[in-house]
Design a protein around this ligand. Structure first.
Ligand code: F0G
Length: 462
């Protein structure tokens, strides 16, 4: 139960400033979708009513974070705000060395350039798309070692982000530490449905990796939401504070890449953190090359300050109870209405199962994209496909890689929308459901070579 005595996870904040939003007319929505080549990624934000494309950089900053912006020290080298961030990371996660980067993929680029070579293998639990793209860009291969339960959208398993230790050890045995520079644990696991990783599993992964001399890196974009699941779902963890759990979590890792646009609730920012001075020595040169000097990493001093404050707000228990509670509220309402919802719901988003929603549309006709188009047409709500389009093509065969789970993600920005907005979204999804038999798939008209989902264009299949 949250800190108050009434069991309703109401917002632990009040609203001091509002941003008007409007529902564009049906006619305008039709026009905008057509102009966007049917790809909702290419629609302007002002033509969206409720934007559930992502929880990344879309959170509402607090008054304290905005006040922090006014305290920006824009010194090129040695900005005071960098030291505030460094102290926050040390205090919350225990990592000694912090290299700020402009966002998560900047951190991945720096780390991967320093540690990955051609032909390497990077095991993990369903790597996020930018992580996988960076790995492949370095000529290496990402190997998915998630537990089998994760592939079933309806098994009610508390930690569907866990790694299968047998699969992981098989990779270690086959390739050894010369070809496996590190393993990535994504917590929570975004591409697997925002599913958490248990502390027990993280500890086991660390022990196994240590025995092979292989480092472990946390992709920690949503590390705080993961801690909340550990506290509420894992045996004997209820009595620990979130702050205790953040340390227990981080203790399982040698390195962490962070997209601060998620759990540090900032609009831009990220970092690589490590306790290993040798790794820091390697990454800092690439940080300077790609991002900027080691004390700003592509960010303004004010951004570093907002991030330092946000690191603490992101681990407040009342905030996390409200946050995870709001996502669960949307998932439960949709499930009650008979919608095929991935279960249990994730920390940052509700995922709809397109294999049940639109069973007649095959993966290479992109059912998730067709759903998103209709969701927008019907209500002005924007979701995002997490399926075969996102999965891309096999770099060797050039074939589409049909996704294990064909999903649409309704991603909830932090502290932005109310529970009433969630009710609107439920009605919007029900409307698409009511006409699902008439929905056609997509054909590609334009397909970029990497990260194609961002800018691909389509027409309706006949
Ligand atoms: N890792 C995970 C688990 C992510 O979810 C993301 C971004 C990144 C790394 C990359 O971070 O965007 O700051 O460069 N996820 C966003 C999303 C884009 O919508 O899920 P970034």
């Amino acid at each position: 139960m949250s800190s108050n005595e009434i069991e309703v996870e109401a917002e632990p904040f009040r609203i001091k400033m509002v941003e008007p939003i409007r529902i564009p007319s049906r006619e305008l929505r039709e026009r905008r979708l057509e102009e966007a080549g049917l790809n909702v990624f290419l629609i302007k934000g002002e033509d969206i009513y409720i934007d559930l494309l992502t929880d990344s950089g879309t959170g509402a900053m607090s008054d304290r974070q905005w006040a922090g912006l006014m305290m920006g020290d824009e010194t090129y080298a040695g900005s005071r705000n960098f030291y505030h961030l460094k102290d926050a990371v040390k205090d919350i996660l225990g990592f000694e060395h912090v290299l700020p980067c402009h966002q998560g993929r900047g951190a991945e680029n720096v780390l991967h350039t320093a540690l990955i070579k051609d032909g390497d293998v990077i095991p993990g639990n369903t790597h996020f798309d930018t992580t996988k793209a960076h790995i492949e860009h370095k000529g290496a291969t990402a190997v998915d070692c998630t537990i089998d339960e994760a592939a079933d959208p309806y098994i009610d398993h508390p930690f569907k982000g866990d790694l299968d230790l047998k699969k992981l050890e098989a990779v270690y045995k086959e390739f050894g530490k010369d070809r496996v520079p590190f393993t990535v644990v994504t917590a929570t696991c975004n591409s697997g449905g925002g599913q958490p990783v248990s502390l027990e599993n993280m500890r086991a992964v660390k022990r196994l990796s240590d025995s092979y001399g292989i480092r472990v890196c946390m992709d920690g974009a949503r590390y705080a939401e993961n801690c909340y699941f550990i506290k509420t779902r894992e045996k004997r963890m209820e009595c620990h504070t979130i702050k205790d759990i953040t340390r227990m979590e981080a203790d399982c890792f040698d390195i962490m890449t962070m997209s601060a646009k998620k759990d540090a609730i900032v609009n831009i920012g990220g970092f690589v953190a490590t306790r290993d001075p040798d790794i820091y020595d390697k990454i800092k040169n690439y940080g300077i090359l790609f991002e900027g000097f080691v004390t700003y990493g592509g960010l303004a001093g004010r951004d570093l300050e907002a991030m330092a404050v946000g690191m603490y707000e992101g681990i407040e228990e009342s905030y996390l109870a409200y946050r995870i509670g709001q996502v669960r509220y949307l998932a439960e309402r949709l499930k009650e209405a008979g919608m095929p919802v991935l279960w249990p719901p994730g920390g940052h988003a509700v995922y709809l199962d397109m294999k049940r929603f639109l069973p007649n549309i095959p993966p290479d006709r992109f059912p998730g994209m067709a759903f998103c188009a209709h969701l927008y047409l019907g209500s002005g709500v924007r979701g995002v496909e997490i399926g075969t389009l996102l999965n891309g093509r096999d770099p060797k065969t050039g074939q589409n890689r049909p996704a294990k789970l064909e999903l649409v993600r309704l991603t909830i920005p932090r502290r932005v929308y109310t529970f009433r907005h969630m009710d609107y979204v439920v009605e919007a999804v029900k409307k698409v459901w009511s006409m699902r038999d008439e929905i056609k798939g997509f054909e590609l008209v334009h397909e970029p070579p990497v990260l194609r989902h961002f800018t691909a264009r389509f027409r309706w299949a006949p």
